[in-house]
Design a protein. Structure first.
Length: 351
């Protein structure tokens, strides 16, 4: 890991000769910018920024719910407040909308730009939330996880013998777990699955560097189960393997407990992927498969539950089976940006 001073030198070099940095250089530049901002901030600015983070999220969620970003994204031109008020769904009072737009235009949000008095234009950052794939994250975390985040201080300060299983249970008494609530709320489930698909497309995937076919022996038949993606959501990993096995024998299975959309089911069928409803805490019905694959499953569950899941996998395997785990593992030292996922797990899943 580069030192902050090295990153700042890298930033100076970039400002002198801007280019198109690669992934690692881009992350170092962002970290250097954040270090500079932190060093320049006054205490009142730090306090004010943190105090308004929840409001930032609420304002963005309001704009998403009004379809404001989609309205701005139709054409790359300034829109009047009155014009946008008519374009939002549902239509919004233009006075309230004007206040919302002013907030979205402030630093550091910059999700819209005020081109002149009462006229607003999209920005590249704001256009992100015009896309269903990206706005689903903000919607899901505000609607489903937000109350659990709010309950976290109460939960963490409660004595051990009185503490409930998770902050989610403090926020939603008597409603079980996060995943149980998803099963009972179709709209929230669709938003969750949309966000999971988006994250999956933009995160590292083991199949990008490892050919899973090396664990699938030659000589398999059409009836042999060659790959089981356990907890595989809408099936992106099963489909990715399917592309590499076009014309080859063997069954590829996608398993998950949560229902998926008709479009996702049709996508699986078009790639000859079988879909099986399965709870990974139960006995695995598919015995002796070549590969049992778990991608980013275990970070959502406490250790005892992870052991239960793995025991079910072990009981279903034969000597020729392989267990593949594609997981997020954070270093013990050093604050990595993915630590926000860790506290999301604490708040919603009790991991």
């Amino acid at each position: 890991m580069a030192s902050p001073s090295t990153d700042r030198l890298h930033l100076i070099e970039y400002l002198q000769d801007p280019g198109n940095p690669d992934g690692e250089s881009r992350e170092r530049l962002i970290e250097a910018c954040q270090d500079v901002i932190a060093s320049l901030e006054r205490p009142i600015e730090t306090a004010r920024k943190q105090a308004f983070l929840t409001l930032d999220h609420a304002v963005i969620r309001s704009a998403i719910k009004l379809n404001l970003f989609k309205a701005l994204d139709k054409e790359d031109r300034p829109y009047s407040t009155q014009e946008l008020a008519l374009a939002t769904t549902p239509q919004c009072n233009h006075v309230l909308l004007s206040r919302l737009l002013r907030y979205l235009a402030t630093r550091p949000l910059r999700l819209v730009i005020e081109t002149s008095a009462g006229f607003w234009q999209r920005t590249a950052r704001g256009s992100v939330f015009a896309q269903d794939s990206f706005k689903s994250g903000c919607s899901m975390y505000f609607d489903a996880c937000g109350p659990a985040f709010q309950a976290l201080p109460t939960w963490i300060c409660t004595p051990d013998h009185e503490r409930l299983h998770s902050p989610f249970q403090v926020a939603y008494p008597g409603q079980g777990s996060f995943f149980k609530r998803l099963q009972e709320d179709d709209s929230m489930l669709q938003t969750f699955q949309c966000w999971m698909e988006t994250v999956s497309r933009h995160q590292f995937c083991a199949q990008e560097t490892i050919d899973f076919n090396e664990w699938i022996p030659d000589g398999t038949s059409d009836s042999d189960v060659v790959f089981v993606d356990v907890g595989g959501g809408t099936g992106d990993q099963a489909i990715a393997l399917g592309y590499k096995r076009i014309g080859l024998p063997g069954r590829i299975i996608n398993q998950d407990l949560l229902p998926i959309s008709q479009e996702a089911e049709e996508m699986l069928r078009s790639h000859n992927i079988e879909r099986i409803t399965y709870n990974f805490f139960d006995e695995q019905p598919l015995k002796g498969a070549c590969v049992y694959h778990y991608r980013q499953i275990f970070h959502d569950w406490p250790d005892a539950d992870c052991e239960r899941i793995l025991r079910r996998a072990k009981d279903s395997m034969t000597a020729s089976s392989t267990l593949l785990i594609d997981e997020v593992v954070l270093p013990e030292t050093g604050a990595h940006w993915m630590n926000d996922h860790k506290y999301n797990g604490v708040a919603c899943y009790s991991t």
